[in-house]
Design a binder for this molecule. Structure first.
Ligand SMILES: *[C@@H]1O[C@H](CO)[C@@H](O)[C@H](O)[C@H]1NC(C)=O
Ligand SMILES: *[C@@H]1O[C@H](CO)[C@@H](O)[C@H](O)[C@H]1NC(C)=O
Ligand SMILES: *[C@@H]1O[C@H](CO)[C@@H](O)[C@H](O)[C@H]1NC(C)=O
Ligand SMILES: *[C@@H]1O[C@H](CO)[C@@H](O)[C@H](O)[C@H]1NC(C)=O
Ligand SMILES: *[C@@H]1O[C@H](CO)[C@@H](O)[C@H](O)[C@H]1NC(C)=O
Ligand SMILES: *[C@@H]1O[C@H](CO)[C@@H](O)[C@H](O)[C@H]1NC(C)=O
Ligand SMILES: *[C@@H]1O[C@H](CO)[C@@H](O)[C@H](O)[C@H]1NC(C)=O
Ligand SMILES: *[C@@H]1O[C@H](CO)[C@@H](O)[C@H](O)[C@H]1NC(C)=O
Ligand SMILES: *[C@@H]1O[C@H](CO)[C@@H](O)[C@H](O)[C@H]1NC(C)=O
Ligand SMILES: *[C@@H]1O[C@H](CO)[C@@H](O)[C@H](O)[C@H]1NC(C)=O
Ligand SMILES: *[C@@H]1O[C@H](CO)[C@@H](O)[C@H](O)[C@H]1NC(C)=O
Ligand SMILES: *[C@@H]1O[C@H](CO)[C@@H](O)[C@H](O)[C@H]1NC(C)=O
Length: 590
């Protein structure tokens, strides 16, 4: 193998390497380096072995733990047999959509390649996660928690917890992402999930009929008399989950980077793509362990009984295993509006400081004039040219084959259109690459109208938005009278209840190209997404970073891709391949 070390190929790469990264020298804020090696792994979360996507051998992936303003370098090694991109929902990538990791901003990382993301986690503190954005891969894993801590000079609005607990919940199928993808491609629905995983593990055997033998469950150890910060993320495909810990309150403090009004809840609805922090007081008598439950919401209980995640909270002084029924789920029959009321109760704490030293409440969003309104209506999937597709305002997004800003730079025309309709149109649904021509420094109102019968979640990259209102029925201009103009929560992922609307306000101060998408993975895959192009018409280049020097080219710009990944790096090339390459190199040098 020594041969390769001196091959012209690696030498050439060596020089390329120096020029590629020499302009990325940071000053001031500390730098953090992380490698993510993405591989397949075989685990049996629901009792039968299945292929999942692991990171650095872990499922779920490892924690990325950084502090506000850190410069982060993440070197991602794709050891799968298909393209991958990792995205960082909620991390704002200020003026740097080049690092966002979705197909409209980045070429996918091919199999056997690695690619290095570089970005600063600027002016944000809170709980996030990372996940794959391509090929339906999130359904097989590839996700992990991402925390941005406060700098010491910035206080947090509660006493420092004794320790932290990370909980990733999500619906799960025994089929992997490739099989699920084929199902969607064939126009079939995914059907009821096979279970709910908690930290990659199946349910605790709380009932022998419902949970078979041989399933490994998650057990979380705590000591009595302490306060823990529990960060919970719904990384599943689409199921809304109710999260609860038996006999314990969930004291809500933060969501997706913003501090909330601090309140106790006995159970909490967490929709796909959402993240929350709760404080947990270990104030119970530990007569037994306690159940941690994540159960499917708004479903027919008798059909979905097995779709329940159950883990165990174990006090150090616990006197025994937990038995008996699970703590009850909320009852929608008797209290149908409960989930929406709970969502409305999540408000920002206007007196606690955020990542910046000034208080968050000083931004009086309620008195800013709205510059544009987009009413985005989603309906159940439709057939377009014989294919089942998901739509927003009659448009199903065609997956990008080249990043849009890169296409702009290379004057490639016709890649996308800037004509996304601002209202639902009664027209024949089409598959298209239509994006929103957004106004830099504008203050836009996005009304998400859900005409479907299931909860739809929406996420916007590059920003947090104010969730100013949600209600059942059709949105109208009069609905604005009900907006919360004082302490609406700011976040990046919101649910839209079936037959209801959610209105968000966004201050477009972050130049770049930003993905607006369904967090319901199946809908995203079927085209329920678009982008916002936010450019400063006067000084493009100053408000928006230039492409990074390691930018990848693909699709119609493939010819500009000059470098290849370092072949002697830890990429797992087959032995035969290396020998072949060695021989070729030898022939080449002679
Ligand atoms: C994350 O980093 C912070 C600050 O460096 C540190 O205090 C904390 O213990 C780390 N958390 C974990 C879980 O590693
Ligand atoms: C790939 O990883 C190697 C380290 O193993 C690194 O030197 C190189 O810069 C990476 N390539 C890219 C394109 O990020
Ligand atoms: C287990 O679940 C089944 C199905 O819901 C139920 O009939 C049974 O009573 C449960 N068993 C126990 C011990 O709770
Ligand atoms: C919230 O619940 C905790 C633990 O049960 C309790 O100690 C605390 O007083 C409650 N706080 C509020 C504001 O209700
Ligand atoms: C422990 O708490 C449970 C639930 O609050 C209660 O039913 C039980 O009697 C308590 N046990 C002891 C030993 O205090
Ligand atoms: C739930 O499903 C069961 C079994 O298919 C069915 O009998 C029942 O009517 C359903 N309940 C509701 C409320 O739809
Ligand atoms: C808001 O945050 C402050 C700390 O900055 C805290 O003392 C206060 O209790 C919080 N208020 C509410 C209603 O959560
Ligand atoms: C908002 O618009 C109104 C009239 O439409 C105007 O009088 C007011 O000055 C505007 N406010 C701001 C802050 O621009
Ligand atoms: C996009 O909007 C800007 C003004 O905000 C306008 O000047 C430009 O013509 C629009 N582009 C298209 C293609 O509509
Ligand atoms: C909402 O609007 C649609 C037409 O777009 C109408 O058919 C429906 O009845 C309206 N729903 C309500 C609750 O007003
Ligand atoms: C969807 O819209 C149709 C008419 O356009 C209306 O009849 C139906 O009630 C709506 N359904 C929901 C769940 O909003
Ligand atoms: C290629 O990878 C090897 C092993 O990871 C490393 O030692 C070497 O510095 C890399 N070379 C370049 C040019 O990145």
């Amino acid at each position: 193998m020594g041969l390769l070390q001196f091959s012209p190929f690696s030498l050439c790469f060596f020089f390329l390497h120096i020029t590629l990264f020499s302009n990325l020298c940071f000053s001031g804020d500390p730098s953090v380096y992380k490698e993510l090696h993405i591989t397949y792994a075989t685990v049996k979360p629901l009792g039968i072995p299945q292929q999942v996507i692991a990171i650095n051998g872990q499922f779920p992936g490892p924690l990325i733990n950084v502090t506000t303003n850190n410069h982060l370098t993440v070197n991602v090694f794709n050891k799968l047999d298909e393209d991958i991109l990792i995205t960082w929902p909620g991390i704002q990538m200020r003026r740097n959509s080049w690092q966002d990791g979705v197909l409209g901003t980045n070429c996918p990382i091919p199999p056997k390649w690695n690619w290095t993301y570089q970005f600063q986690v600027k002016d944000q503190i809170g709980s996030f996660f990372y996940s794959p954005s391509t090929n339906f891969q999130r359904a097989s894993g590839g996700f992990g928690p991402f925390v941005i801590n406060n700098r010491d000079v910035i206080p947090i609005p509660f006493a420092k917890p004794y320790d932290e607990i990370f909980i990733m919940i999500g619906d799960w199928y025994k089929q992997n992402h490739v099989d699920l993808r084929s199902k969607l491609n064939a126009g079939k629905a995914l059907g009821i999930p096979d279970g709910v995983l908690i930290n990659g593990k199946g349910p605790y055997q709380y009932n022998n009929t419902l949970v078979p033998n041989g399933i490994d469950h998650e057990k979380i150890d705590v000591v009595p008399g302490k306060t823990y910060r529990v960060r919970v993320h719904n990384v599943g495909i689409s199921t809304s989950l109710n999260f609860r810990i038996q006999n314990h309150n969930l004291f809500l403090v933060e969501t997706e980077g913003y501090y909330t009004i601090q309140q106790n809840y006995t159970n909490f609805d967490i929709h796909a793509g959402q993240s929350f922090s709760f404080l947990l007081s270990t104030d119970q008598n530990a007569s037994t362990d306690y159940y941690i439950v994540a159960s499917a919401r708004f479903v027919n209980e008798s059909l979905w009984q097995k779709v329940t995640g159950v883990a165990v909270l174990h006090y150090k002084n616990s006197k025994g295993a937990v038995t008996g029924p699970l703590p009850p789920a909320p009852d929608d029959l008797y209290n149908p509006g409960a989930s929406m009321n709970q969502a409305r109760s999540i408000r920002v704490n206007t007196s606690s400081s955020g990542a910046r030293p000034n208080p968050q409440g000083s931004f009086h969003y309620g008195s800013i004039n709205i510059t544009d309104t987009y009413i985005l209506k989603v309906t159940p999937p439709v057939k377009i040219n014989g294919n089942t597709r998901a739509i927003i305002n009659g448009i199903s997004f065609r997956k990008p084959d080249v990043p849009f800003r890169l296409a702009d730079q290379k004057h490639l025309r016709g890649v996308y259109k800037l004509d996304f309709p601002s209202k639902p149109m009664n027209r024949t649904p089409v598959i298209d690459r239509s994006i929103i021509n957004a106004t830099y420094k504008g203050f836009i109102e996005i009304v998400l109208q859900n005409n479907d019968t299931t909860v739809q979640n929406f996420h916007l990259d590059g920003y947090s938005f104010f969730v100013v209102g949600m209600d059942y029925g059709n949105w109208s201009e009069n609905s604005r009278n009900s907006y919360n103009k004082w302490d609406a929560i700011s976040r990046s992922t919101t649910q839209v209840f079936p037959g209801a609307w959610t209105a968000v306000l966004v201050s477009l101060d972050n130049a770049g190209l930003w993905n607006l998408r369904a967090e319901n993975l199946d809908r995203w895959y079927l085209g329920q997404e678009t982008y916002l192009k936010v450019v400063n018409p006067e000084e493009s280049g100053e408000t928006d970073y230039a492409a990074p020097s390691n930018v990848m080219y693909c699709g119609p710009l493939q010819k500009f891709q000059t470098w290849r990944p370092n072949s002697s790096s830890s990429l797992t090339l087959g032995y035969g391949y290396k020998v072949l390459l060695g021989i070729l190199v030898l022939i080449f040098t002679l």
